[in-house]
Design a protein. Structure first.
Length: 403
């Protein structure tokens, strides 16, 4: 049962009463920021409708699949017993060597959907190598972590090629001839241009969150990178949406692919969505503060527009006694990792973020997503709210709208 959320709560607490700052001002939309698409407020309101696929009865079990015993044991140790719907529908075809295109929302288990058949091929053929491209540093690291856990004990070496991280370490990893490369398109292309990466014998290609990568302007980088891989490759392409741009790139780099779609609507169906109206900046901050004090609000990602506004909002919350951290592209990679770790470990329970910094963030128990500023587009909204309602839980998304 979902708890009723009381937006107008004026509940005070010791931390709430202390040290309130009136200094916070919502920054004006800056001219260099792209103009926001108008989204009717009704699009931010929806009841949670947990999906039938959460009770999905898979045709396969990991134990019955023709995959290495080691991988089966690792999956079991990770608590993966039954495949999720996307895994159930893609892994058997992928194990037969088929190219796979999966249209799946975040949180559906798409990482293991490509990682399991990819690792099977790598472990069966010592000459095989895989390149995985993902839109953000955080997602690349999460994929690396999941692949490491699924292949633990196999000695497969990997390299993570992401911006903002030590070039020296990446060069050392590349010299060891890794069989798995996980990279963001920009840094991967850097290595190709410097001659420190040769993809000609990479015969497995994975694109994760293709739509995001295209939104971020990586279309040429992706095409250039894929053209340099082996022509005998097997491809796995995953995207939350399938529009003409996505279809065009994935079809030009795949052969007779199997399409699997587990999308059921255009919003995360297990997220209860509502708006919070405000009429002044002070009232807006006050309402956010009161929301964050509610008992049901246990772990929250608060979205705001810019690096500056995110820093400023996090400081304003700190001044009101609410422990929070700001995460955005202006922070170094190690700062971002440290902040994400403390969020995952519940050392901080409020993360104030820009869209880019929070993309691909996989934290299972985020109770609320709060859009302190409205998103640039409806697609961004869907990605934002996908940070909650994961792992079959009901999540809540609240969007601040000026009255
Ligand atoms: P993903 O969509 O790959 O980011 O996965 C979302 C979350 O579900 C991650 O925390 C995974 O570890 C978890 N997960 C993926 N597949 C399974 C499965 N078959 N059983 C249990 N948990 C899973």
């Amino acid at each position: 049962m979902s708890k009723k959320i009381v937006y107008s709560s004026r509940r005070n607490s010791a931390r709430g009463r202390n040290n309130r700052s009136n200094g916070y001002r919502q920054p004006q939309q800056r001219s260099r920021q792209p103009k926001k698409a108008y989204i009717h407020p009704s699009k931010f309101i929806a009841k949670a409708k947990p999906q039938a696929h959460l009770e999905y009865n898979p045709k396969h079990n990991f134990a019955d699949l023709p995959i290495k015993e080691l991988v089966k044991q690792n999956l079991e140790a990770m608590g993966f017993i039954k495949p999720s719907i996307i895994q159930d529908q893609t892994i058997p075809a992928a194990l037969q060597g088929k190219d796979v295109i999966g249209i799946a929302d975040t949180g559906t288990g798409k990482t293991a959907a490509f990682a399991v058949p990819m690792l099977e091929r790598l472990l069966s053929n010592k000459m095989s190598k895989a390149i995985i491209l993902a839109p953000t540093r955080e997602l690349a690291q999460q994929i690396e972590h999941e692949c490491y856990k699924i292949s633990k004990g196999s000695n497969l070496k990997s390299a993570v090629l992401i911006g903002g991280a030590s070039m020296g370490l990446q060069l050392r990893q590349l010299k060891q001839n890794p069989r798995i490369i996980i990279g963001t398109p920009g840094r991967t292309k850097d290595h190709l241009e410097r001659g420190t990466l040769d993809l000609s014998d990479f015969d497995i290609t994975v694109l994760d969150e293709v739509d995001r990568m295209l939104d971020m302007g990586f279309v040429h980088d992706i095409s250039q990178i894929l053209k340099l891989t082996s022509p005998n490759r097997q491809s796995f392409y995953f995207s939350a949406t399938l529009d003409e741009r996505v279809r065009s790139i994935i079809e030009s780099f795949s052969k007779d692919p199997v399409y699997v779609s587990v999308k059921s609507g255009d919003t995360s169906s297990n997220v209860e969505q509502d708006i919070v109206s405000y009429s002044s900046d002070m009232e807006k901050l006050e309402k956010l503060h009161n929301l964050l004090l509610l008992e049901s609000v246990t772990k929250t990602v608060v979205f705001d527009d810019t690096k500056r506004s995110v820093d400023r909002l996090s400081r304003a919350l700190e001044e009101r006694g609410i422990a929070s951290s700001a995460i955005h592209g202006g922070k170094t990679q190690s700062q971002r990792q440290r902040i994400l770790r403390s969020f995952k470990n519940n050392e901080i329970t409020v993360l104030v973020a820009t869209d880019v910094a929070a993309r691909g963030l996989d934290v299972a128990d985020v109770s609320h997503v709060i859009n302190y500023s409205t998103p640039q587009s409806y697609e961004d909204y869907v990605h934002r709210i996908g940070r909650t309602g994961r792992a079959n839980k009901i999540g809540y998304a609240l969007t601040f709208i000026e009255a």
